[in-house]
Design a protein around this ligand. Structure first.
Ligand code: SF4
Ligand code: SF4
Length: 369
């Protein structure tokens, strides 16, 4: 049977793709296998403690997962804005990275559901992966002619750059394969220069141990040097994306975007359930709102307003030991050592974790004097 053009197939079945969507096809079996690549990252511990695709590289990195599948469709959703949000954030406020300002997976998930329904009705076997740790989402990106992997490790497409999310559908139908096109970053290294922590110092390799995005989603205690580098970021970091030329408009139109700026004190005082509901699309360890509050305390410590001390002082007694550790750090940042001493004496005279943290902070401050 002659291979089918996927665009014609979609049109014949009333699947409409807005200009945010892009797709490519790879014929199967493809003989592609990313197990070694994923394992290398894991063996060098560059993935930090991330599970995701790193749990079972032999399966997640395997392209030819299903013997019945004849094609893999890679569907991308481009969430690039025509405007560049202002990075100027008022004191006491924090930033949300552009990739997290909305649930950008939602339109992609809905489109995948629509396509699945068509396959179901036609009795065509399929299997989809979207934001799923069992499948390395970029597996068919290059082979489908959609673009290339940048030095930032993001997948880039001319016109949309790194601002895209990926989904894969394995299908028991022969679609016309797209051609692999030769693109590259060339001499550019702007993402490496823009990264505030050096997480991209080795091109094409992300060291998650240094990545702010990783740490703001991690349940572990955030190291001091990363806390400083976080600056006013409340959730996510996209310095390596905003700096990437293929993702930029010719004319830069800077706007103030409310979805990206949060009042940090309001976050810290929020009801946990309301906070989790508000940011339902964020990855939050164990769906525990405390981790978002931790991020907010760090951002507030780095971008304080003029009554941060009173605010943290009033807050301290009702916090968990985990959050108190960050409050002490934020107070040390504003050189409010006496207030730290007073809080510990009043509320935590026998709390060994707090006392140990206080000693570490004191030692650190003496080193920078
Ligand atoms: S997300 Fe931020 S910290 Fe992580 S690699 Fe990109 S610029 Fe660096
Ligand atoms: S900033 Fe430059 S080097 Fe980095 S991914 Fe984009 S094009 Fe490639």
């Amino acid at each position: 049977m002659k291979d089918i053009n996927v665009i014609n197939f979609f049109e014949d079945n009333s699947i409409k793709l807005s200009s945010n969507f892009n797709l490519g096809v790879t014929n199967l079996p493809s003989k592609l296998n990313f197990e070694q690549q994923i394992s290398e990252i894991k063996n060098k511990k560059l993935h930090a403690n991330m599970k995701f695709t790193f749990s079972k590289p032999e399966y997640s990195g395997l392209a030819d997962k299903f013997s019945w599948a004849k094609s893999a469709i890679l569907l991308t959703y481009n969430y690039k804005n025509k405007t560049q949000p202002s990075m100027l954030v008022s004191p006491g406020h924090g930033q949300i990275a552009r990739f997290a300002e909305k649930d950008y997976y939602l339109p992609l998930k809905n489109k995948i559901l629509e396509i699945e329904k068509v396959f179901e009705n036609l009795n065509i076997k399929f299997h989809s992966f979207i934001d799923n740790p069992s499948h390395y989402d970029r597996t068919f990106f290059v082979s489908s002619g959609l673009g290339w992997q940048g030095k930032s490790t993001m997948m880039l497409t001319p016109g949309s750059g790194p601002w895209q999310l990926l989904a894969t559908i394995y299908v028991d139908l022969n679609f016309v394969e797209d051609k692999n096109v030769n693109f590259s970053c060339g001499e550019c290294n702007l993402c490496q220069i823009s990264c505030p922590t050096g997480a991209l110092d080795r091109e094409y390799k992300l060291d998650s141990n240094k990545c702010i995005s990783y740490w703001l989603q991690s349940p572990e205690i955030i190291p001091y040097e990363i806390r400083d580098a976080i600056g006013n970021k409340f959730y996510g970091c996209d310095d390596c994306l905003t700096s990437c030329p293929p993702g930029q408009e010719n004319k830069i139109n800077i706007t103030f975007n409310e979805d990206q700026q949060v009042n940090l004190k309001e976050i810290i005082k929020s009801d946990d359930n309301k906070l989790l509901e508000k940011y339902y699309w964020f990855y939050i360890p164990k769906r525990n709102a405390e981790f978002l509050k931790r991020n907010a305390i760090i951002a507030l410590g780095n971008n304080p307003d003029n009554n941060i001390s009173d605010f943290l002082k009033n807050l301290y007694p009702e916090l968990s030991t985990h959050l108190k550790i960050y409050v002490l750090w934020a107070l040390f940042k504003s050189r409010n050592v006496d207030l730290c001493k007073q809080l510990i004496k009043t509320y935590d005279p026998g709390n060994q974790i707090i006392l140990k943290e206080y000693e570490k902070l004191k030692e650190m401050i003496s080193l920078v004097k």
